[in-house]
Design a binder for this molecule. Structure first.
Ligand code: NDP
Ligand code: PYR
Ligand code: MG
Length: 758
């Protein structure tokens, strides 16, 4: 994109549809006179009086505990310099947006017209009672050091200057990993830090804390190398003054291993980069324009590990990865400070996370095929959903251990769930599912492992311990793809068509033929069928050679369901298989059935589908509240379709007493408790949140779940097969990797349950 177009786009983004990037949204009801009497006078006086008695009650009755002030005086805005408080506001609103989307922290951005340290400190102190924490931003050095020191001393809420410590934490994590990738030793690498301001000084201090050596570090400011023989150095600069015989950046970078840029744009030339040691590490972090352009750097040297502060290149080393999560952890234990222990804990949590397999949704957001730890992926990406449940707990734990937490966390599992919920309920249920699978991983055959995305899913299942994959398909293709995605696990690969598998194929064929010989199948037909992956894999499950099966990525539904029905068969007491989709909606998880198999189920079929879906909800730890949907409400119509649902409800009551179920009921009454209570107060679903919706036929169910997906962006897991004797699951044609991993986790949990039942 041209520079002028990018400029126009940025201005338009900020101006339309309404100016700015944030707004205030009420969190309580405000529709009636009664609501207003509670929200404001007279009701509001009650919490005021409680807080007057004990200031801590502000955390109980106001938003203080989740509210952070992002405060600047506009003296060092990004790398744009001293542009003043008003001009800093877009950046501060931007930080507010990032706090909210990544860590669910609310922010007031405050731009203060005060460059004098005393005036600034007094202003912040005076407004501090409003907030649970203070994030200082874009305040220039050396004033930033004193401002932060004094506010930390004088306030009892966490105060952090983001440009100092947020940047230090992220760049230290990135440095630790980059050095590891080069195979060098952090205590030996020669580091040049260009810039000696708020960010540079604090980053350098943290590098020393993680093992770098001061004698190996040279710092430069706008006047060149900070040497011991220079006059009028601030105390912070003096701490990093060198006695090496170098005066300019050009001298300093010669043979250096690491360049850290926290200064201004375009000061590192290709010539300087070429003079650095082998596999140089360059973090050009000035914003928006780095010390050397990303493309120029990688064109200049192939062996460079290159990072910038920008999001449009690999390796974004930017404090956005830190401040949301550091404050989240600090607020959640009501820490009085953000101390060294908490910062170091964050460094390690972030650095370590980069070494785990990357969730597919991150690949999708960044339009990457296969991000994995290495030169182009040294730290996690900001949109990585694992950051929220990895970094805050590490920070919170460190706060507790170092004695600055006033509300320690007791139940870490519950805390983990709460963090997940901050990103939406879907994440929680998926994590619960994965955790259950991991507690007792089972063998799962991936019938289409010679497809890249299926193999990627198998890799995640393997690496995360969700299950033990068996890879079925063309061996050569599988091995080639495994190399491509760096899948190094010790996994079984089976190519059903090969000579090697002949004995097993013949054995499976004989078994199959015995069950089907009176249904027109000849032994030769059976032998041929066993060369087909879906028959072979279903037989593996039938014979106990695998605990579960996952297929359907590349074939249509009918062709994969047939072998399952023939070779695995239905569970005891089941006369029809069915399928449910678990929809992760804003209102919570909802199970919809039957979404893919039974076109026009009878009342008896519906009763069975209901029972199976209810059991599935329980498998997810959810108590089913079942609504049997119709166009009619509780006997209002005598149409056959409405009668069928009434009959099904009766059957469920009779056959499965104790189940919370009602119908026939229209969808709006099932989903709107107030409406239901008003019109049908007798309903068993009054005051219960309906979470299982049984549809009268396939049209209704299939159309509904697809509309929810497309119109409202509800995530869907499934269709989940119900009623088979052994675990076999079908993914949707062309499913995403994440969807397949989730289905694999379901198959594993299904196998766990079935083995318990035996
Ligand atoms: N990627 C990230 O996450 C972050 C990036 N940054 C970037 O770091 C830069 C500095 O920010 P911050 O520390 O807050 O600002 P400060 O104003 O505190 O510091 C700026 C520093 O840059 C130095 N400088 C200016 N010109 C040159 C030059 N030509 N050569 C060497 N040094 C020079 C100044 O030198 P002197 O002391 O002589 O004036 C000063 O030490 C900005 O570009 C900012 O965008 C900052 C925070 C986070
Ligand atoms: C990222 C940031 O905080 C800065 O460049 O100032
Ligand atoms: Mg900043």
């Amino acid at each position: 994109m041209s520079k002028s177009r990018a400029r126009q786009e940025a201005l338009l983004y900020h101006a339309k549809p309404k100016p700015g990037k944030i707004e205030v949204v009420p969190t309580k009801k405000y529709t009636t006179q009664r609501d207003l009497a509670l929200a404001y006078s007279p009701g509001v006086a009650e919490p005021c009086l409680e807080i007057e008695k004990d200031k801590k009650n502000a955390y109980k009755y106001t938003s203080k505990g989740n509210l952070v002030a992002v405060i600047s005086n506009g003296t060092a805005v990004l790398g744009l310099g001293n542009i003043g408080p008003e001009a800093s506001k877009p950046v501060m609103e931007g930080k507010g947006l990032l706090f909210k989307i990544f860590a669910d922290i609310d922010v007031f951005d405050i731009e203060v017209d005060a460059t004098d340290v005393d005036k600034f400190v007094e202003t912040v102190k005076a407004i501090a009672p409003t907030f649970g924490g203070i994030n200082l931003e874009d305040i220039k050095a050396p004033e930033a050091f004193e401002i932060e020191r004094r506010l930390k001393e004088e306030l009892d809420i966490p105060v952090m200057h983001d440009d100092q410590h947020g940047t230090a934490i992220i760049s230290a994590a990135a440095l630790k990993n980059a050095v590891e990738i080069t195979g060098k030793d952090i205590s030996k690498v020669q580091i040049v830090v260009n810039g000696a301001g708020a960010a540079a000084i604090s980053c350098s201090k943290l590098y020393l804390a993680i093992g770098a050596k001061k004698e190996n570090l040279v710092m430069c400011d706008s006047k060149g190398v900070i040497r011991k023989d220079r006059d009028n150095l601030t105390s912070e600069k003096t701490e990093f003054a060198t006695d090496k015989d170098v005066t300019s950046l050009e001298d300093a970078v010669k043979d250096a291993d690491v360049f850290i840029g926290l200064s201004i744009a375009d000061v590192l030339t290709p010539k300087m980069l070429l003079s650095m040691n082998d596999t140089p590490i360059v973090f050009a972090m000035a914003n928006p324009n780095p010390e050397i352009d990303y493309n120029l750097a990688i064109k200049t040297r192939k062996d460079v590990i290159m990072a910038t502060g920008r999001s449009d290149h690999p390796n974004q080393v930017n404090n956005v990865l830190g401040f949301p999560f550091i404050f989240r952890g600090a607020l959640d234990v009501r820490a009085t400070k953000i101390n060294e222990e908490m910062k170091i804990a964050a460094v390690h949590a972030i650095a370590d996370l980069a070494k785990f397999p990357v969730p597919e949704q991150v690949n999708l957001v960044y339009d990457e095929k296969n991000l994995s730890f290495g030169e182009d992926y040294i730290i996690p990406k900001p949109f990585d959903p694992r950051l929220i449940y990895t970094v805050p707990p590490a920070v919170a734990k460190a706060a507790m251990e170092s004695g600055v937490a006033t509300e320690p966390i007791e139940n870490w599992e519950k805390y983990g769930d709460e963090l997940m919920e901050r990103l939406g309920t879907g994440n929680k249920i998926i994590r619960m599912l994965h955790n259950r699978a991991k507690s007792d991983p089972k063998r799962i055959v991936f019938a289409e492992a010679d497809h890249l995305d299926v193999l990627k899913a198998a890799q995640i299942v393997h690496d995360e311990g969700i299950g033990i994959p068996i890879l079925l398909g063309n061996r050569e293709i599988i091995l080639e793809l495994m190399e491509e995605i760096d899948f190094t696990g010790d996994v079984e690969i089976i190519d059903p068509k090969t000579r090697e598998q002949k004995e097993r194929r013949d054995c499976y064929a004989k078994k199959y033929w015995k069950t089907r010989q009176r249904k027109g199948i000849k032994l030769l037909d059976a032998q041929k069928l066993m060369r087909e992956r879906n028959y072979f894999s279903a037989m593996m499950v039938n014979q106990g050679d695998s605990d579960a099966l996952l297929t359907g990525y590349s074939r249509n539904y009918a062709s994969v369901v047939k072998p399952m029905l023939e070779l695995i068969g239905m569970d005891m007491g089941v006369t029809r298989v069915a399928a449910t989709n678990l929809m992760l909606t804003k209102r919570g998880p909802m199970f919809l059935a039957d979404t893919t198999i039974n076109i026009d189920p009878t009342a008896k079929d519906l009763a069975k589908i209901t029972q199976l879906t209810g059991m599935l909800a329980k498998m997810f730890g959810i108590t089913p509240n079942i609504a049997m949907l119709s166009f009619s409400n509780f006997g209002a119509s005598d149409n056959e379709n409405a009668k069928k649902i009434r009959e099904a409800v009766k059957l469920v009551h009779k056959q499965y007493p104790g189940v919370i179920i009602d119908g026939e009921i229209q969808a709006d009454f099932a989903l709107n408790s107030a409406l239901l209570k008003k019109e049908f107060p007798f309903s068993k679903l009054v005051d219960k949140k309906a979470n299982v919706l049984i549809f009268p036929n396939l049209d209704a169910a299939n159309i509904s779940y697809k509309m929810m997906k497309e119109l409202y962006g509800a995530e869907s897991i499934g269709p989940i097969m119900l009623g088979l004797k052994k675990p076999a699951h079908i993914v949707q044609l062309g499913s995403s990797v994440d969807e397949m991993v989730n289905m694999a986790a379901i198959a594993v949990v299904d196998a766990q349950n079935k083995s318990k039942k035996k």
